[in-house]
Design a protein around this ligand. Sequence first.
Ligand code: URA
Length: 257
Amino acid sequence: MGQTKDNVRLDRLLANSGYGSRSDVKGLVKAGLVTVNGVPAERSDIHVSLSRDKVAVDGQILQVAVHVYYMLNKPSGYVCSSKGGANPTVFDLLKESDRGKRLGGELGIVGRLDLDTEGLLILTTDGELNHRLTSPKHHVPKTYFVQLEKAVSEEEQRQYAEAVAAGVEIAPEDHEPGAVCRGGELEWESRTTCCLTIYEGLYHEVKRIFAALGNRVIYLRRIRMNHLTLDPALEPGCYRELSEQELSALTLTNHIL
Ligand code: URA
């Protein structure tokens, strides 16, 4: 029988859960240490259901984490793509063992960042969550720290904020059509720096918003997605798994309408 999302080979499941290689798992099965629903498994290549079967090793019930969720602090100069080209990809920042296929499938990027954009990037095998967070229909807030080329007077700051709240009309770019952005929020930190929260994630949306306002983004860093904030202790180029609490902050549904 082929493998479905819920149906997985016992040796793969245990190898993915930290019980060594597939041949180590075979040894555990031979020694009678692995049970499925209380009955010792006879072979390591049988399939088990992740939702229905209870697998135990030496009496310890396996708690299966099907999906992985990483927070990466993306540095400038890395492309959000799985295919290499002139530039390295964000996958090159991952350890070899973290890049491969998992129980939950391939790792995907949640909301691409431009080559020169830095900051919060989520990588996950959870395709359903990825879709919920990135579909423009779901209006998930994403906050960016922005540095602008031209200093903005107090009066212009007010005008920019009002325009962003009302929804800026952005021009077509590359193969993307023009659009009227959904209203966002703009908070000024200085005459050239601000934090912008947007709710769609259209192609080059932040850069196109400020271009429409007559300015230019010279530095961009994503600092927040939904209720999850980039860990300030995570150095550029570094990544780690999300804690349970962080995953809840990312998935909290009051913005996912
Ligand atoms: N908006 C942009 O213009 N670039 C990004 O990388 C993300 C949002």
